[in-house]
Design a protein around this ligand. Structure first.
Ligand SMILES: CC(C)(COP(=O)([O-])OP(=O)([O-])OC[C@H]1O[C@@H](n2cnc3c(N)ncnc32)[C@H](O)[C@@H]1OP(=O)([O-])[O-])[C@@H](O)C(=O)NCCC(=O)NCCSC(=O)C[C@@](C)(O)CC(=O)[O-]
Ligand SMILES: NC(=O)C1=CN([C@@H]2O[C@H](COP(=O)(O)OP(=O)(O)OC[C@H]3O[C@@H](n4cnc5c(N)ncnc54)[C@H](OP(=O)(O)O)[C@@H]3O)[C@@H](O)[C@H]2O)C=CC1
Length: 429
């Protein structure tokens, strides 16, 4: 896309938005059909994806706008049920693009496969034997999945730890082997699991122990992506709040989350508000991303803020977010669900690395959106105003009634279902 800046997009009808998108991105008839006319995922395909299928479950798909990341324009597909998330991401992206945009970086895409060995008569000797046989084990792992090696990836290294050494319990002493595997553009669960399962007999032979678990770790701390933004205070000015007040409020809010797990969980939920919708829209495994992200937030021994906000020497607000991001542009459901394929195409990402970087940039934007609102007007003003339409629908409003009831709820400052039901009854009379 030449630009992700589409002012007033949210005031258009769905049809008008699709026309704009067609002009900017060149939608195919099939895309439009998938997006609005019919269920994007036909039940026959769904029946092949999981078990006991009785239908499909839809979520709204919205577009996060205004994103400029490493000088490139991105329109962000976001599948989510919660009001105000897409608006908030776009709001912050608009501010950050005026500050030069987000910058991102990422590590190589190295994932971890774990092998658990128990019952060794000498764990220290077993560990040494594994290390001595490293190249044999790596070669065996790669022979089990040669196609990833030909793509430039595969098993690259391994290490071994002894857990609960010297424990009295035979159940708790174990040798844990980590196989480090470059999964290229795939999340890699299946290739990792194939590799660790295939070398298990060799591991038993070498260690004289018994292998139980052979599975990837979702704590993907060698598959990290990082985003950063630097914003001058004048870009943050909001209503009666000066830019400096907003900046300081955001930093105070961050310090709260950094020091208190009760706040950190909510703070990080706000970050995942930005991350999960793209992970879902691109057909990736959001449970894997969630699990890895929260574990990384506790890596220093206490569960804490995923982001870091501070003031630089020029008085700018600086935000950083680094997370494990084990997503793929191939594999899993990314090429099975028609809207996942569409979302990846719309994003225009060329690799899993690029996708991971875009995702953390949106997470960082989402966090600032929430903190900026919380440190100024409070969350209810922007969020509940947009949520009022869902409240009206929950109370039974339909068609044109939805917006009328929603506006009345906002005017009366009573955005709740009970009040909405009263208004629906009055409207029907
Ligand atoms: C809602 C806003 C953005 C309004 O904020 P605003 O200042 O009224 O926005 P604006 O009218 O100045 O518009 C600025 C830009 O925002 C976007 N925008 C503005 N309005 C819309 C809309 N209706 N639909 C789509 N996009 C919208 C749009 O890009 C627009 O630019 P334009 O295109 O006009 O040039 C702001 O109040 C906000 O960001 N609030 C925070 C919302 C939020 O965080 N929601 C998450 C749900 S609450 C939660 O689950 C997490 C939490 C809060 O607990 C986490 C935590 O505690 O840390
Ligand atoms: N704990 C967890 O998180 C677990 C998750 N899962 C699930 O596993 C799925 C993801 O597994 P994953 O292994 O990624 O998916 P796939 O099993 O679909 O594997 C991806 C395949 O894509 C092909 N491919 C094409 N181009 C590339 C490229 N550039 N880079 C890498 N591979 C490429 C490779 O096949 P080839 O080389 O042969 O062409 C590769 O085998 C998700 O659905 C997840 O939910 C499963 C088990 C556990």
């Amino acid at each position: 896309m030449d630009t992700s800046r589409i002012p007033g997009f949210y005031n258009m009808t769905v049809q008008e938005r699709l026309e704009v998108l067609s002009r900017l991105h060149g939608l195919q008839d099939e895309d439009i059909e998938n997006l609005i006319i019919d269920s994007s995922l036909d039940v026959g395909t769904a029946d092949k994806m999981i078990e006991n299928v009785i239908g499909t479950f839809e979520l709204p798909l919205g577009l996060g706008l205004n994103f400029l990341i490493n000088g490139k324009e991105y329109v962000i597909p976001m599948a989510i049920e919660e009001a105000s998330v897409v608006a908030s991401a776009s709001h912050i992206a608009k501010i950050v693009r005026n500050a030069g945009g987000f910058t991102t970086e990422s590590t190589e895409r190295v994932m971890i496969g774990q092998i658990q060995v128990v019952g060794c008569s000498d764990f220290i000797l077993a560990k040494e034997e594994i290390l001595q046989n490293k190249s044999v084990l790596l070669e065996a792992a790669n022979n089990a999945y040669p196609s990833i090696v030909s793509r430039g990836g595969g098993a690259e290294d391994l290490d071994v730890r002894i857990l609960n050494e010297g424990s009295d319990s035979v159940y708790s002493q174990m040798l844990i082997i980590h196989l480090y595997i470059n999964t290229c553009d795939a999340m890699g669960a299946n290739m990792i699991n194939t590799m660790v399962e295939s070398i298990a007999p060799l591991v038993e032979e070498i260690t004289k122990g018994k292998v139980y678990l052979r599975i990837l770790s979702n704590y993907a701390d060698r598959c990290l992506a990082k985003a950063r933004c630097v914003i001058s205070p004048e870009l943050l000015q909001t209503g009666d709040f000066s830019g400096e007040e907003v900046r300081d409020g955001v930093i105070h809010a961050y310090q709260f989350a950094a020091s208190d797990p009760y706040r950190a969980v909510t703070h990080n939920k706000g970050i995942m508000n930005g991350i999960d919708p793209i992970v879902i829209a691109t057909g990736n495994d959001w449970r894997a991303v969630e699990a890895g992200a929260h574990a990384y937030a506790a890596r220093n021994g206490q569960y804490s803020s995923m982001t870091n906000w501070f003031k630089d020497e020029n008085g700018n607000l600086v935000g950083e977010l680094e997370l494990p991001m084990s997503v793929g542009t191939v594999g899993g459901a990314t090429r099975v669900h028609p809207l996942a394929k569409f979302s990846l195409d719309l994003l225009g990402v060329k690799s899993a690395k690029e996708l991971a970087e875009v995702i953390v940039a949106v997470g960082l934007a989402q966090n600032l959106g929430a903190l900026k609102a919380l440190a100024t007007d409070g969350i209810q003003k922007g969020h509940m105003a947009l949520h009022s339409r869902s409240v009206a629908i929950a109370a039974g409003a339909t068609g044109e009634m939805i917006d009328i009831i929603a506006q009345e709820l906002i005017k009366e400052k009573q955005i709740r279902v009970g009040k909405a039901k009263e208004l629906v009854e009055q409207y029907k009379k």
